[in-house]
Design a protein around this ligand. Structure first.
Ligand SMILES: NC(=O)c1ccc[n+]([C@@H]2O[C@H](COP(=O)([O-])OP(=O)(O)OC[C@H]3O[C@@H](n4cnc5c(N)ncnc54)[C@H](O)[C@@H]3O)[C@@H](O)[C@H]2O)c1
Length: 397
């Protein structure tokens, strides 16, 4: 399988390295709008395959190559929808980083495009392939902690991007291409690489960046398969309360309630500065009798209502590596463990949190029609944004 990487930042490079570990994968091309981001990976790839990969600045030129079977989309969130849909239209399969997009309208287009082009798309929600999470999900699905009536998911967020100054973009960066379909903003060094996730023009703050990981586990536990349960109503409040002397505009405090029906339960999502129950991220399932299952990166535990640890069971079998699952599914044409259509549902649940927060009122979701009911939430960036010309979101029926 011949691979190309779009977006050679921290996560794109990490994904590429995972795939380079497989004998049946070859990395042939790298693409980044910043020349300075490519050289290190360039040397590593050349050393492994004995030839230099082709290097591109415009991902569309890389997609023109017929020998590339699949791409990794490792760009910032505001680019995923176009990178992915253009790749699928060029006949490629893909591994797309999470959150899969910047808004709900993009989520629909991406899922429709994958369906239309019969593409295999695995998403970077690698927790779905990690033992503590698969064990915890299997335990909840088997009804072992009892009937779950509440879930909690949380992340702590104290990130600062500092105060930057407006300056001309450096010569190595094609800033116009970096901004792409997002709204143009004057260049500030502290608002591009990595820090874009705390600017709502390019990211969604922690409710999407980490919500997609931790809310995903709650939804998987409460669903029978990959076709995830969706909330019917979301309320949220919060904003920038804690970190004020900073250029970030993403909320640093969010408390959201997502209401589900059949099964009836509430999911409580928090973005907070600290959490009384460490670690700083996690997902919990609370049963009707007060038993609680808590899972985080590194472990899981089941507690009785008095807080005493209960015995737990490990599920079988151990999942294959997330990236191997992706390569195997591209070959077999089966849905991968983090299939795009499934993670699109988690991503939409996360966008609904931001939609409710910015709308300042409850947002209702129709899980049958797969859309927001009424106007509340539809004026927010979480629903959709105006694409900067000449970029257009392709529409699929
Ligand atoms: N799965 C995980 O656990 C996990 C962890 C961290 C980040 N991520 C996700 O990975 C993605 C990348 O995050 P990051 O921290 O590596 O960001 P980053 O800013 O470090 O890297 C993004 C790279 O994409 C490049 N880029 C931007 N627009 C481009 C375009 N049109 N064509 C080609 N290159 C372009 C940038 O120049 C940059 O080098 C994000 O979606 C993020 O949410 C996932």
């Amino acid at each position: 399988m011949v691979l190309g990487l779009i977006g050679c930042g921290a996560m794109g490079a990490a994904n590429m390295r995972s795939m380079m570990g497989f004998d049946d994968v070859q990395v042939a091309a790298l693409c980044d709008v910043d020349d300075d981001r490519v050289p290190n990976d360039f040397k590593e790839v050349e050393a492994k395959y004995g030839r230099a990969p082709a290097v591109y600045k415009d991902y569309r030129r890389m997609l023109d190559r017929e020998d590339i079977d699949a791409v990794i989309v490792g760009t910032p969130d505001h680019w995923h929808a176009l990178n992915l849909i253009h790749a699928l239209a060029a006949g490629k399969d893909a591994y797309c980083e999470k959150p899969i997009n910047h808004d709900i309208v993009e989520a629909h287009s991406m899922a429709a495009a994958a369906n239309h082009h019969r593409a295999v798309v695995q998403v970077g929600t690698w927790q779905r392939s990690t033992r503590e999470f698969t064990d915890a999900i299997a335990y909840v699905r088997a009804g072992k902690p009892g009937r779950v009536t509440q879930c909690r998911a949380w992340i702590t967020d104290g990130a600062r991007i500092g105060r930057g100054k407006v300056e001309p973009p450096p010569g190595n960066l094609d800033y116009d291409l970096w901004v792409g379909p997002a709204a143009m903003a004057p260049y500030q060094a502290n608002q591009v690489h990595f820090n874009w996730r705390w600017k709502m023009n390019t990211g969604g703050g922690m409710s999407t960046a980490w919500g997609v990981h931790m809310i995903d586990i709650a939804l998987l536990g409460m669903s029978a398969g990959q076709d995830l349960e969706m909330p019917i109503e979301v309320t949220a409040c919060g904003g920038r309360y804690a970190i004020l002397d900073d250029d970030r505009d993403a909320p640093d405090v969010t408390e959201a309630l997502l209401r589900f029906r059949d099964p009836d339960f509430i999911l409580h999502w928090s973005v907070l500065r600290d959490h009384p129950g460490k670690p700083g991220h996690g997902t919990a399932f609370v049963a009707a009798d007060g038993r609680t299952l808590r899972v985080w990166r590194g472990g899981w535990t089941v507690l009785d209502p008095d807080g005493k640890e209960l015995p737990k069971e490990e599920a079988d079998p151990v999942p294959t590596d997330h990236w191997r699952d992706r390569v195997d599914c591209i070959k077999s044409r089966e849905a991968p463990r983090a299939d795009l259509a499934s993670v699109a549902r988690t991503t939409i649940a996360c966008h609904l949190v931001n939609a409710a927060l910015y709308a300042g009122e409850a947002v209702r979701w129709d899980p049958t029609k797969n859309e927001i009911v009424g106007r509340a939430g539809k004026e927010t960036l979480a629903w959709s944004r105006r694409y900067r010309k000449p970029w257009k979101l392709p529409v699929y029926d």
